[in-house]
Design a protein around this ligand. Structure first.
Ligand code: CAA
Length: 257
């Protein structure tokens, strides 16, 4: 598929999306959102793809929503068009998604990264929610996801001051899963994605769905949901294969069924 704002490729069982608006530090405009969703539709429909990696450039994962585009908007339009609601389609994806972040992940860039299941960061990554400096606040989930990931005190500080957080602090705070040298970022992210894609896809999808429930429900409801899906896993051939392979001292061959 030919796109104008992103590049896509398939690496084995991994779908790779590279944000590609270098002249605007990968600012997230409406065209890019549409193309990301088209690419994700294609990867989700492709039974061979077991994990998706989203990355940017060495300088910027994404420097935010496109301020030039937003500067033209007014309240009736944003309300009537439910501006930014298209990002819920991105965050609602069912296959595992990793954000591989180098450079700036600011505003919507940080929010897009947080929509992925986890973030692997280059040591030069810088995260921030600087919207307050523009007279707005995060509008793609930042106030909610950042608070859940790093806690209220740090989320308040980040959103009220607009300061940036380096990779090391981001890892310490729980925003990113792992920090790697910038030169290794894509390889490390692809290797991790490949590991996930080598598992049973339905089991990985159920695991993702169950962890995501933790944001929505009480502990007892979450544990009940977990146990019900855990029981359901015994209806899959992949559970039989995984356990038989362990007992037989051989690697499993999952068939996604
Ligand atoms: N939107 C549109 N264009 C952007 C952009 C953005 N978010 N961020 C950078 N650009 C453009 C710049 O305008 C510039 O374009 P021109 O050459 O045509 O002027 C180009 O990218 C390069 O940027 P800089 O010259 O500013 O690069 P720098 O290295 O000096 O600074 C930066 C880098 C600190 C990231 C700086 O670009 C910056 O502060 N960007 C804006 C960050 C921001 O406020 N993000 C939040 C956006 S609002 C949002 O995301 C709302 C939401 O909740 C979703």
């Amino acid at each position: 598929m030919a796109f104008e704002t992103i590049l896509t490729e398939t690496r084995g069982k991994v779908g790779l999306i590279t944000l590609n608006r270098p002249q605007a530090l990968n600012a997230l405009n409406s065209a890019l959102l549409g193309e990301v969703n088209q690419a994700l539709d294609a990867f989700e429909a492709d039974a061979n793809i077991g994990c998706i990696v989203i990355t940017g450039s060495e300088k910027a994962f994404a420097a935010g929503a496109d301020i030039k585009e937003m500067s033209e908007l007014n309240y009736p339009h944003t309300y009537m068009a439910d501006f930014f609601s298209g990002w819920e389609k991105v965050s609602g994806r069912r296959k595992p998604m990793i954000a591989a972040v180098a450079g700036f992940a600011l505003g919507g860039g940080c929010e897009f990264a947080m929509m992925c299941d986890f973030i692997i960061a280059a040591d030069n990554a810088k995260f921030g929610q600087p919207e307050i400096k523009l007279g707005v606040m995060p509008g793609m989930g930042g106030t909610q996801r950042l608070t859940r990931l790093i806690g209220r005190a740090k989320a308040m500080e980040m959103c009220l001051t607009g300061r940036m957080m380096g990779a090391e602090e981001a890892e310490r705070s729980g925003l990113v899963a792992r920090v790697v040298p910038a030169a290794d970022l894509l390889n490390e992210a692809l290797k991790t994605a490949d590991t996930i894609a080598s598992m049973s896809l339905p089991i990985a999808m159920m695991t993702k769905e169950t962890i995501n429930r933790a944001d929505e429900v009480t502990l007892s409801e979450g544990i009940r949901f977990e146990r019900r899906l855990f029981h359901a896993m015994f209806a899959t051939a992949d559970q039989k294969e995984g356990m038989a392979a362990f007992v037989g001292k051989r690697p499993p061959e999952f068939k996604n069924g």
